[in-house]
Design a protein around this ligand. Structure first.
Ligand code: EPU
Length: 418
């Protein structure tokens, strides 16, 4: 089993480039199933979620070729089935996007219920409600979603929660649905906008992505083209937080600073210096930092996917910080691991009370999920002595070459295989 060995105590300094956005690319790869032509996709991150999805596309009859680092050619002209592989779907949450794209392509989809990080119940009722509003019938049998969209048509959908997955999935199913679809209370995350931009660049007619009302006019077909995935907001945020937590000075390149506004503001509130350029952000933490409260919310609020990393930072700051998780009902499972490093954190439901000023000690800890893994890496970089982080397959799902990127910033981190 692979592990990270981290010797902490070194401030991160230098430059790091952010890769393409995981949560955009996993949806765009599924959206590619709608295109009966050749697509060139650029800025694709080299992460295991991408490898799993490209395998899934090939199992459906698509052809995916890696042309060079970060650039893929995708050809779904010969897609041959609407039945997705059970074992592959169990490996990741985003496999649910196959429902929307196969419905669009074949008017039928047979997709196992998705896997992915476990932080409490992860229902897909809003996805199903959306498909039904577009005239589809949905059955769930033996853990497999069977969707029939023979009568697929435009429709009106009001989401009870602004779900990222439901918003994108309904968009995918509606691309070819005759008539107009109006999606209200839509999620506004940058990756929602990126998927809409990708589809529009291939000939779809989607307006309003990035606001809470998205309007989709059904088109007859999509054409091929070249598209570049946006930079990863969460990877960028992870390096910003790691820079501050180690009291370093790091320039994070290839970012869209606007996507980082809420984190930048929180950091400034803590006394961290944040400079924004056109496509880069410099983070400097060279004086004593202040405690803050953080509450996660859908975009443009503080991202839940940066909550664990932020907790790692707050353990290093004097004073008590309150962190409220309002997106997921059980996303503090990693706190027990931080406690092994000497952190004092009390969790009550969706609220964590972080008593800062901890002198973190290296320990044997594990990545309980993807972002929890990033939190462990940050805590280990700050700790005195050596930490051993296990279950790092979670980290590899979403962070490209993390060991190389952190090493280039001066971190003492290596990957070992027991
Ligand atoms: N929800 C419902 N019903 C639904 C769908 C969602 O009640 O049908 C609820 C969820 O239980 C949750 C909230 O709505 O409380 C938000 O869920 P959402 O659907 O937005 O999450 P998701 O699409 O499953 C994506 C990201 C997650 C990220 C969330 C929130 C992908 C592949 N995953 O998940 O990313 O935490 O949005 O921003 O885009 C990660 O990258 O580490 C990660 C977990």
């Amino acid at each position: 089993m692979e592990k990270f060995i981290v010797k902490g105590g070194r401030p991160l300094t230098g430059e790091v480039a952010v890769s393409g956005a995981k949560n955009a690319v996993v949806a765009i790869l599924c959206a590619a199933l709608l295109v009966e032509d050749e697509i060139i996709l650029e800025n694709v991150p080299d992460i295991s979620d991408v490898w799993v999805l490209t395998d899934m596309i090939e199992a459906l009859g698509g052809d995916v070729t890696r042309i060079s680092s970060g650039t893929y050619k995708i050809d779904c002209r010969n897609l041959s089935t609407y039945v997705a592989d059970v074992e592959k779907c169990k490996k990741m949450r985003a496999s649910y996007y196959l429902i929307g794209s196969l419905l669009g392509r074949f008017h039928k989809a047979c997709v196992p219920l998705p896997g992915g990080c476990n932080f409490g119940t992860r229902p897909i009722d809003q996805h199903i409600k959306g498909f039904q509003s577009l005239g589809c019938s949905i059955d769930i049998r033996n853990g497999v979603i069977e969707a029939d969209g023979e009568e697929l048509h435009g429709g009106q959908v009001y989401l009870d929660v602004a779900s990222v997955g439901a918003t994108i999935n309904i968009m995918l199913a509606a691309v070819f649905a005759p008539g107009n679809t109006v999606l209200e209370n839509a999620a506004k995350e940058p990756h929602v906008v990126d998927v809409a931009n990708f589809l529009n660049s291939m000939g779809a007619n989607i307006r309003g992505a990035g606001t809470d009302v998205i309007k989709i006019k059904g088109v007859k077909n999509l054409h091929g083209g070249t598209y570049t995935v946006i930079p990863d907001q969460i990877e960028a945020g992870t390096y910003m937080i790691a820079a501050a937590a180690t009291r370093g000075d790091v320039v994070i390149k290839n970012v869209i600073p606007k996507h980082m506004d809420v984190l930048s503001a929180k950091m400034v509130e803590m006394g961290i210096e944040v400079w924004e350029g056109d496509d880069e952000i410099r983070v400097v933490a060279n004086k004593s930092l202040s405690r803050v409260n953080v509450k996660t919310l859908p975009y443009p609020g503080f991202p839940t996917d940066l909550q664990p990393q932020m907790v790692a930072l707050l353990t290093t700051v004097d004073g008590t910080s309150i962190v409220t998780e309002s997106v997921w009902d059980n996303r503090f499972q990693y706190i027990g691991e931080l406690e092994k490093m000497g952190c004092r954190i009390t969790v009550d439901g969706r609220v964590a009370v972080v008593e800062g000023g901890t002198h973190l000690q290296g320990a044997q800890i594990k990545a309980t999920d993807l972002r929890a893994g990033a939190c462990m890496v940050i805590a280990a970089l700050c700790a005195e002595g050596e930490s051993e982080i296990s279950d790092i397959r979670h980290v590899d799902r979403g962070y490209e070459r993390i060991v190389e990127k952190l090493s280039a910033l001066g971190a003492d981190i290596k990957r070992t295989n027991d």
